[in-house]
Write a protein that binds this ligand. Structure first.
Ligand code: SAM
Length: 213
């Protein structure tokens, strides 16, 4: 899988390659799906209606986050914990805070992170990630923020919690198709925005995104 993503020019950075070689996707898929772990497809997380994103999508986002050791990262949408483990294997003691709204996935991710040894670097929070963490804090806390579900617009609280010089990735658009948006907060605290391409993520459900149905 990693060799294929590299040959396709998707994995470029050495630290992304290393992380994807080190963290075994088979340890994060839903029970019974181990045989599918290294196909480049999204995989359902039980009957939650949520998915573990496709490896190429994860690799694209890891590359665009421009990660390095020591960064403090917020992930919204823990799912299986796979992406959080990949980030943790790059940033190490900088630490990852990952928020998930569904309790069943909070427990699934915590178990996966525990058994693979990444729980010491990842704090999994059960809650509404559109509020950031601590919830609604105005403090610039994170070097990087990654949202792995799609929002109708950029939640202001999340951008507020990004440090100056930080990068945030978020899919923005309708619940069917979105733009993958990369935001940089410059040293004056202003936003620099670029659109990386079209993507299809599950909806971000919360106070500053889609309403629960
Ligand atoms: N990053 C995950 C992984 O590595 O398995 C995949 C994430 S999945 C594509 C998106 C996740 O976002 C789902 O688990 C969903 O429950 C979660 N989610 C949706 N809205 C949320 C919110 N407001 N706060 C936290 N998590 C949310």
């Amino acid at each position: 899988m990693v060799a294929q993503l590299k040959a396709q020019g998707i994995i470029k950075a050495h630290n992304v390659e290393e992380a994807m070689l080190k963290v075994r996707r088979e340890d994060f898929v839903w029970p019974g799906q181990q045989d599918l772990a290294y196909d480049d497809n999204p995989l359902p997380l039980g009957d939650t209606g949520q998915t573990l994103s496709a490896p190429h999508m994860i690799a694209i986002m890891l590359e665009e986050l421009e990660l390095s050791a020591g960064q403090h990262v917020l992930e919204v949408g823990t799912g299986s914990g796979y992406n959080a483990a990949l980030i943790a294997s790059i940033v190490g003691s900088g630490g990852v805070v990952s928020i998930e709204r569904l309790e069943v996935l909070v427990n699934f991710a915590k178990g996966n992170l525990e058994k693979t040894g990444y729980s010491k670097f990842v704090l999994v929070i059960h809650g509404d990630g559109t509020l950031g963490y601590p919830p609604e804090s105005p403090k610039e806390t994170y070097d990087r923020i990654i949202v792995t579900a799609c929002a109708p617009s950029i939640p202001k609280t999340l951008f507020q919690q990004l440090k100056k010089g930080g990068i945030m990735l978020i899919p923005v658009g309708s619940s069917y198709i979105q733009d993958l948006v990369k935001l940089k907060k410059n040293n004056k605290g202003e936003v620099e925005k670029s659109v990386l391409g079209s993507v299809a993520f599950v909806p971000l459900v919360g106070k500053y995104a889609y309403n629960p149905s």
